[in-house]
Design a protein around this ligand. Structure first.
Ligand SMILES: [Zn+2]
Length: 201
């Protein structure tokens, strides 16, 4: 993967997440991993998404060493390296504080599987990892076991983690997690949602 393309992809998807309200302020972060070269292209800490340029994107390795870039890497870089270290099939990660899904994280509850696309895109329900102080290694340590057969998970009192083989997949999963949480919340307001235990015929 070419470095310029990876940096551009980080910027493009960050702006998209910001415009679609998956990111607010400078919260949220995302990365793509070039496993062959051990280079993680990750959003910088505290840089506005409106003005972010490819030159702002930070490059770190799996050990967290800064290889390139004028800023600090996202304060959640340990979460990114923890996931990449365990799952060779994961090549991108999107972490958001998207409001409906994060409401479930605040309640420390899973998002139940109520939509068929949750089985196709997310592996069913979205579980919630135990609470860990943001920025610490525990955030990744608690989230990693939940990702074995899921496209993402919640981080208690914090937000959403979506993973994928590439950025397109990780990003669309972040959108589907928010969508599932939103629809379930509305369904609960107007009635009693039926939960799917598996993909029913
Ligand atoms: Zn966060």
């Amino acid at each position: 993967m070419e470095a310029g393309k990876s940096k551009q992809q980080v910027v493009d998807f960050s702006k998209r997440a910001f415009e679609r309200k998956l990111f607010a302020g400078t919260s949220g972060n995302l990365s793509v991993y070039d496993r062959e070269k051990d280079r993680i292209y990750i959003t910088p800490s505290s840089v506005r998404y409106e003005t972010m340029q490819p030159a702002d994107v930070m490059v770190i390795d799996l050990a967290g060493k800064v290889l390139e870039g004028p800023h600090k890497p996202s304060s959640e870089w340990r979460l990114h390296t923890a996931v990449y270290a365990v799952y060779p099939q994961i090549g991108a990660l999107v972490h958001t504080h998207s409001p409906f899904a994060t409401a479930f994280a605040v309640n420390r509850e899973e998002i139940p599987a109520t939509l068929i696309e949750m089985f196709f895109f997310l592996g069913g329900s979205i579980p919630c990892a135990p609470y860990a102080c943001p920025g610490t290694a525990e955030v990744g340590a608690y989230a990693v076991p939940l990702l074995e057969d899921k496209g993402g998970c919640l981080l208690a009192n914090h937000g959403v983690l979506a993973v994928g083989k590439d950025m397109e997949q990780a990003y669309i999963r972040a959108e589907y997690i928010e969508d599932a949480a939103k629809i379930y919340s509305i369904a609960k307001l107007v009635g009693t949602p039926a939960i799917l235990s598996a993909l029913e015929e």
